[in-house]
Design a protein around this ligand. Structure first.
Ligand SMILES: [Fe+2]
Ligand SMILES: [Fe+2]
Length: 244
Protein backbone atom coordinates (compact mmCIF):
# COMPACT_ATOMS: atom_id res chain seq x y z
CA UNK A 1 0.00 0.00 0.00
CA UNK A 2 1.28 3.44 -0.91
CA UNK A 3 0.53 5.63 2.12
CA UNK A 4 -0.25 9.20 1.06
CA UNK A 5 -2.11 12.23 2.45
CA UNK A 6 -5.21 10.95 0.65
CA UNK A 7 -5.10 7.50 2.30
CA UNK A 8 -7.85 6.71 4.75
CA UNK A 9 -6.67 6.30 8.33
CA UNK A 10 -8.71 3.10 8.75
CA UNK A 11 -7.29 1.61 5.53
CA UNK A 12 -3.72 2.23 6.69
CA UNK A 13 -4.36 0.45 10.01
CA UNK A 14 -6.16 -2.38 8.20
CA UNK A 15 -3.09 -2.75 5.97
CA UNK A 16 -0.74 -2.90 8.98
CA UNK A 17 -1.95 -2.72 12.57
CA UNK A 18 1.48 -1.54 13.77
CA UNK A 19 0.57 1.89 12.36
CA UNK A 20 -2.18 2.26 14.99
CA UNK A 21 0.42 3.25 17.60
CA UNK A 22 1.73 6.01 15.29
CA UNK A 23 -1.79 7.43 14.92
CA UNK A 24 -2.38 7.09 18.64
CA UNK A 25 0.85 8.94 19.50
CA UNK A 26 -0.33 11.78 17.24
CA UNK A 27 -3.78 11.96 18.83
CA UNK A 28 -5.49 10.61 15.72
CA UNK A 29 -8.45 8.31 16.27
CA UNK A 30 -7.97 5.33 13.94
CA UNK A 31 -11.10 3.39 14.95
CA UNK A 32 -14.09 5.77 15.12
CA UNK A 33 -12.33 8.30 12.88
CA UNK A 34 -11.07 5.70 10.39
CA UNK A 35 -12.99 7.19 7.46
CA UNK A 36 -10.95 10.38 7.44
CA UNK A 37 -7.98 10.89 5.15
CA UNK A 38 -4.56 11.41 6.73
CA UNK A 39 -4.73 15.00 5.52
CA UNK A 40 -8.08 15.64 7.24
CA UNK A 41 -6.97 13.88 10.44
CA UNK A 42 -3.76 15.95 10.59
CA UNK A 43 -5.68 19.19 10.14
CA UNK A 44 -7.84 18.25 13.13
CA UNK A 45 -5.09 17.01 15.40
CA UNK A 46 -2.42 19.55 14.37
CA UNK A 47 0.06 16.79 13.43
CA UNK A 48 2.55 17.43 10.63
CA UNK A 49 1.31 15.29 7.76
CA UNK A 50 4.68 14.87 5.95
CA UNK A 51 6.38 13.72 9.12
CA UNK A 52 3.45 11.45 9.99
CA UNK A 53 3.40 9.85 6.53
CA UNK A 54 7.16 9.19 6.71
CA UNK A 55 6.70 7.55 10.12
CA UNK A 56 3.75 5.48 8.93
CA UNK A 57 5.67 4.29 5.86
CA UNK A 58 8.66 3.19 7.89
CA UNK A 59 6.42 1.46 10.48
CA UNK A 60 4.50 -0.37 7.74
CA UNK A 61 7.72 -1.66 6.18
CA UNK A 62 7.87 -4.58 8.59
CA UNK A 63 4.97 -6.93 8.13
CA UNK A 64 2.65 -7.61 11.02
CA UNK A 65 1.70 -11.29 11.58
CA UNK A 66 -1.36 -10.24 13.55
CA UNK A 67 -2.69 -8.16 10.62
CA UNK A 68 -1.99 -11.01 8.22
CA UNK A 69 -3.94 -13.35 10.46
CA UNK A 70 -6.93 -10.96 10.70
CA UNK A 71 -6.94 -10.42 6.94
CA UNK A 72 -6.94 -14.18 6.34
CA UNK A 73 -10.20 -14.69 8.27
CA UNK A 74 -13.60 -15.06 6.66
CA UNK A 75 -16.31 -12.74 8.01
CA UNK A 76 -17.76 -15.57 10.14
CA UNK A 77 -14.33 -16.34 11.53
CA UNK A 78 -13.64 -12.66 12.20
CA UNK A 79 -16.93 -12.17 14.06
CA UNK A 80 -16.19 -15.28 16.18
CA UNK A 81 -12.68 -13.96 16.83
CA UNK A 82 -14.08 -10.58 17.97
CA UNK A 83 -16.40 -12.33 20.42
CA UNK A 84 -13.69 -14.64 21.74
CA UNK A 85 -11.00 -12.03 22.07
CA UNK A 86 -12.67 -8.65 22.61
CA UNK A 87 -16.19 -9.27 23.93
CA UNK A 88 -14.80 -11.68 26.51
CA UNK A 89 -12.10 -9.14 27.47
CA UNK A 90 -14.79 -6.51 28.10
CA UNK A 91 -16.94 -8.91 30.14
CA UNK A 92 -14.00 -10.16 32.17
CA UNK A 93 -12.68 -6.69 33.03
CA UNK A 94 -15.89 -4.83 33.89
CA UNK A 95 -16.34 -6.35 37.41
CA UNK A 96 -12.65 -5.86 38.27
CA UNK A 97 -12.66 -2.22 37.17
CA UNK A 98 -15.98 -1.43 38.84
CA UNK A 99 -14.71 -2.84 42.10
CA UNK A 100 -11.43 -0.94 41.81
CA UNK A 101 -13.21 2.34 41.01
CA UNK A 102 -15.55 1.90 44.00
CA UNK A 103 -12.58 1.35 46.28
CA UNK A 104 -10.50 4.27 45.06
CA UNK A 105 -13.52 6.62 45.10
CA UNK A 106 -14.03 5.69 48.73
CA UNK A 107 -10.40 6.07 49.79
CA UNK A 108 -9.13 8.82 47.44
CA UNK A 109 -12.34 10.57 46.30
CA UNK A 110 -11.94 13.52 48.66
CA UNK A 111 -8.42 14.29 47.47
CA UNK A 112 -9.15 13.41 43.80
CA UNK A 113 -12.82 14.21 43.11
CA UNK A 114 -12.39 13.53 39.35
CA UNK A 115 -12.50 9.84 40.29
CA UNK A 116 -16.28 10.12 40.84
CA UNK A 117 -16.80 11.34 37.28
CA UNK A 118 -14.52 8.61 35.93
CA UNK A 119 -16.57 6.00 37.81
CA UNK A 120 -19.81 7.47 36.51
CA UNK A 121 -18.53 7.38 32.91
CA UNK A 122 -17.20 3.84 33.25
CA UNK A 123 -20.49 2.62 34.75
CA UNK A 124 -22.39 4.13 31.82
CA UNK A 125 -19.94 2.60 29.41
CA UNK A 126 -20.05 -0.87 30.93
CA UNK A 127 -23.87 -0.93 30.89
CA UNK A 128 -24.10 0.28 27.30
CA UNK A 129 -21.27 -1.94 26.06
CA UNK A 130 -22.90 -5.03 27.56
CA UNK A 131 -26.12 -4.34 25.62
CA UNK A 132 -24.17 -3.35 22.51
CA UNK A 133 -22.25 -6.65 22.44
CA UNK A 134 -25.49 -8.60 22.93
CA UNK A 135 -26.99 -6.86 19.88
CA UNK A 136 -23.93 -7.83 17.86
CA UNK A 137 -23.95 -11.42 19.09
CA UNK A 138 -27.70 -12.01 18.80
CA UNK A 139 -28.62 -9.97 15.74
CA UNK A 140 -25.80 -8.65 13.60
CA UNK A 141 -23.06 -11.29 13.65
CA UNK A 142 -25.46 -14.25 13.02
CA UNK A 143 -26.86 -12.37 10.01
CA UNK A 144 -23.34 -11.76 8.68
CA UNK A 145 -22.66 -15.50 9.09
CA UNK A 146 -25.88 -16.34 7.20
CA UNK A 147 -24.90 -13.96 4.41
CA UNK A 148 -21.54 -15.60 4.08
CA UNK A 149 -23.10 -19.09 3.98
CA UNK A 150 -25.50 -17.85 1.30
CA UNK A 151 -22.66 -16.28 -0.70
CA UNK A 152 -20.89 -19.66 -0.61
CA UNK A 153 -23.85 -21.28 -2.34
CA UNK A 154 -26.04 -22.20 0.61
CA UNK A 155 -29.70 -21.33 0.99
CA UNK A 156 -30.96 -18.01 -0.38
CA UNK A 157 -30.80 -15.15 2.07
CA UNK A 158 -34.12 -14.14 3.65
CA UNK A 159 -34.79 -10.46 4.27
CA UNK A 160 -33.90 -9.64 7.88
CA UNK A 161 -36.36 -7.78 10.14
CA UNK A 162 -33.93 -4.83 10.17
CA UNK A 163 -34.19 -4.46 6.37
CA UNK A 164 -30.55 -4.24 5.41
CA UNK A 165 -27.29 -4.96 7.22
CA UNK A 166 -26.42 -1.28 6.74
CA UNK A 167 -29.04 -0.35 9.38
CA UNK A 168 -27.63 -2.22 12.42
CA UNK A 169 -24.11 -1.38 11.18
CA UNK A 170 -24.97 2.32 11.30
CA UNK A 171 -26.39 1.89 14.81
CA UNK A 172 -23.28 0.01 16.02
CA UNK A 173 -20.95 2.65 14.55
CA UNK A 174 -22.89 5.39 16.33
CA UNK A 175 -22.67 3.46 19.62
CA UNK A 176 -18.91 3.03 19.08
CA UNK A 177 -18.64 6.82 18.73
CA UNK A 178 -20.39 7.27 22.07
CA UNK A 179 -17.92 4.89 23.75
CA UNK A 180 -14.97 6.55 22.02
CA UNK A 181 -16.08 9.93 23.37
CA UNK A 182 -16.57 8.55 26.89
CA UNK A 183 -13.07 7.12 26.95
CA UNK A 184 -11.64 10.34 25.50
CA UNK A 185 -13.16 12.11 28.49
CA UNK A 186 -11.87 9.50 30.95
CA UNK A 187 -8.37 9.85 29.47
CA UNK A 188 -8.59 13.63 29.61
CA UNK A 189 -9.79 13.99 33.20
CA UNK A 190 -7.36 11.35 34.47
CA UNK A 191 -4.45 13.23 32.83
CA UNK A 192 -4.04 10.29 30.43
CA UNK A 193 -4.22 7.78 33.30
CA UNK A 194 -1.43 9.44 35.25
CA UNK A 195 -1.02 8.59 38.91
CA UNK A 196 -0.91 11.11 41.76
CA UNK A 197 1.89 10.85 44.32
CA UNK A 198 -0.44 9.33 46.93
CA UNK A 199 -1.73 6.54 44.66
CA UNK A 200 -2.01 3.14 46.37
CA UNK A 201 -1.71 -0.22 44.61
CA UNK A 202 -5.46 -0.38 43.88
CA UNK A 203 -5.28 3.10 42.32
CA UNK A 204 -2.40 1.95 40.11
CA UNK A 205 -4.08 -1.30 39.09
CA UNK A 206 -7.39 0.41 38.35
CA UNK A 207 -5.96 3.22 36.20
CA UNK A 208 -3.68 0.84 34.36
CA UNK A 209 -6.67 -1.50 33.84
CA UNK A 210 -8.75 1.40 32.48
CA UNK A 211 -5.96 2.30 30.06
CA UNK A 212 -5.76 -1.32 28.85
CA UNK A 213 -9.53 -1.37 28.51
CA UNK A 214 -9.42 1.71 26.26
CA UNK A 215 -6.57 0.27 24.16
CA UNK A 216 -8.49 -2.98 23.70
CA UNK A 217 -11.66 -1.09 22.82
CA UNK A 218 -9.85 0.81 20.07
CA UNK A 219 -8.69 -2.41 18.40
CA UNK A 220 -12.14 -3.97 18.88
CA UNK A 221 -13.85 -0.99 17.22
CA UNK A 222 -11.24 -0.93 14.45
CA UNK A 223 -11.92 -4.59 13.58
CA UNK A 224 -15.65 -3.86 13.36
CA UNK A 225 -15.76 -0.35 11.84
CA UNK A 226 -12.88 -0.71 9.39
CA UNK A 227 -12.98 -4.40 8.46
CA UNK A 228 -16.04 -6.46 9.40
CA UNK A 229 -18.79 -3.90 8.78
CA UNK A 230 -17.67 -2.52 5.39
CA UNK A 231 -17.07 -6.07 4.13
CA UNK A 232 -20.53 -7.13 5.35
CA UNK A 233 -22.22 -4.18 3.60
CA UNK A 234 -20.31 -5.01 0.41
CA UNK A 235 -21.19 -8.68 0.65
CA UNK A 236 -24.88 -7.91 1.08
CA UNK A 237 -25.00 -5.68 -1.98
CA UNK A 238 -23.28 -8.43 -3.99
CA UNK A 239 -25.88 -10.96 -2.83
CA UNK A 240 -28.81 -8.66 -3.55
CA UNK A 241 -27.38 -8.10 -7.03
CA UNK A 242 -27.22 -11.88 -7.57
CA UNK A 243 -30.75 -12.55 -6.26
CA UNK A 244 -32.50 -9.75 -8.15
FE1 LIG B 1 -18.06 -5.85 19.30
FE1 LIG C 1 -19.22 -3.03 18.40
Amino acid sequence: MDITAKSNVGDVVRFNFRTSSVFQANNIDYCCGGNKTIDEACKESGADSDRLIAELRSTAESTDPDTEYINSLSLSELSDYIIRRHHSFVRKNIPFLKEGLDRICEVHGNAHPELFRIRELFNESSGDLTIHMQKEEIMLFPYIQQMEASARGGSPLGKPHFGSVANPVRMMISEHETEGRRFDTIAEISGNYSLPGDACNTYRATLSGLKDFETDLHRHIHLENNILFPKAVEMESGLIGKQS
